[in-house]
Design a protein. Structure first.
Length: 404
């Protein structure tokens, strides 16, 4: 056991345990190259020289309506979106809209609005507002597929996504980030049901939606474990797979590489500090921790738990199976995060460092870590510790069990 004092990361104000021979840092293959110094210029150059596709200016015609379907969690978002808008012939086009998922904060929306020309509208999707939705088609089961109308009505749709494998909340980047993020709440419920009950088929509808929507070009941003943009490319999915590779979530690692304790950090500004990004980080950490081990989610989260998250309190007095059934049916935005927390609590110990008081999170089944000293005590009490910075951007892995 060490008596060293915990340090504070220069990248954020989140506490970091003292370095010892039992504390390991997450190393991903993606951590190659330097941070992009001028993201706006890099994005504009990428859009003007796509992989296996003509430049965007050569495929747009006068009066075309354009929608950029943008993941609001992309770092340097204002510069990334600005670089794309710089490449558009705005004076010749119809409407141009920046469509963000429900995760976008008011600050994120406002920062885009003040940085873009007045001709460009910034819109946040609302999956429960029927007037904002339009019918696309029926899925293979005959269920209606509804998307934000700015997608179905646009002449040209350009998804702008993070290079991310499938997560508990997301389809892989190749599906364009449209479904379930920009779908109606019923579609989101179907996605969650498949993730919980049939994870191998959960992305099928998302790829069907992308095929029906018919986008041929997308912009993909790659982020390293420091939260820096290190590569941005545009092109077709096959072309970009040649650039980025085709690795999928579920890459297997041996049990001997797992750790007793995993610290999964949600670094970054207020946009990053969401329950959804907490869930993405937890999803990654689950693949790195030994059975019965401890996961600590280290965040600056201050968003109060609402909706389905509050139903986790029923675990203390109610039936877990009944709660799971409820989470399969509800259309609440936080239901997927609640379902993941429910599963993780069954597998091991789950702790949270955040800006929320303990009385807010402990009823959810999460242990509260109040300060850096308490975090260091947790580290000292375990044989090995893995630190994953910016875990919300990482690609998760699964454990290859002995004998399997």
């Amino acid at each position: 056991m060490t008596n060293s004092k915990p340090t504070v990361s220069l990248r954020s104000t989140l506490p970091v345990p003292a370095s010892t021979d039992k504390v390991f840092q997450w190393n991903e293959a993606m951590d190659v190259g330097d941070a992009i110094k001028d993201p706006r210029l890099a994005v504009r150059e990428a859009v003007e020289s796509p992989v296996d596709f003509p430049a965007i200016t050569k495929i747009l015609v006068p009066e075309d309506s354009v929608t950029l379907a943008v993941d609001p969690n992309i770092p340097s978002l204002v510069e990334v979106v600005g670089g794309i808008v710089d490449s558009l012939p705005l004076a010749d086009l119809g409407y141009v809209r920046i469509l963000l998922s429900e995760e976008a904060t008011e600050e994120t929306i406002e920062s885009l609005r003040v940085s873009l020309p007045e001709a460009v509208a910034v819109v946040r999707h609302q999956g429960d507002q029927q007037e904002d939705l339009a019918y696309l088609a029926a899925n293979e089961a005959g269920d209606p597929l509804y998307l934000n109308k700015d997608l179905t009505h646009a002449d040209f749709v350009l998804p702008v996504v993070l290079k991310r494998s499938a997560t508990y909340l997301d389809s892989p980047w190749q599906a364009g980030g449209v479904s379930p993020a920009l779908s109606d709440t019923t579609s989101r419920k179907r996605f969650r049901y498949e993730r919980m009950m049939r994870p191998g088929t959960a992305d099928k509808e998302a790829f069907q939606v992308s095929a029906l929507l018919g986008f041929q070009l997308l912009v993909v941003a790659e982020v390293d474990s420091g939260g820096n943009l290190i590569r941005v490319r545009s092109g077709t999915v096959p072309g970009l797979e040649k650039e980025f590779g085709t690795e999928a979530a579920g890459q297997e690692i041996g049990e001997d590489l797992l750790h007793d304790l995993v610290l999964a950090y949600v670094d970054g500004d207020a946009q990053q500090q969401s329950w959804e990004n907490l869930a993405r980080s937890l999803d990654v950490a689950r693949g790195e921790v030994r059975p019965g081990g401890t996961i600590v989610l280290v965040t600056a989260l201050e968003e109060k738990p609402t909706g389905a998250l509050r139903r986790l309190q029923e675990m203390r007095t109610g039936d877990e199976d009944d709660l799971r059934k409820f989470l399969l049916k509800v259309t609440d935005r936080q239901a997927s995060t609640a379902a993941l927390l429910l599963d993780a609590q069954r597998e091991g110990r789950l702790l949270l460092y955040s800006k929320l008081p303990g009385e807010r999170i402990e009823p959810l089944g999460l242990g509260a870590i109040e300060d850096a000293t308490a975090l260091q005590r947790v580290v000292d009490s375990h044989e090995s510790c893995l630190i994953i910075r910016n875990a919300q951007f990482a690609n998760g892995r699964k454990t290859k069990r002995k004998g399997s």
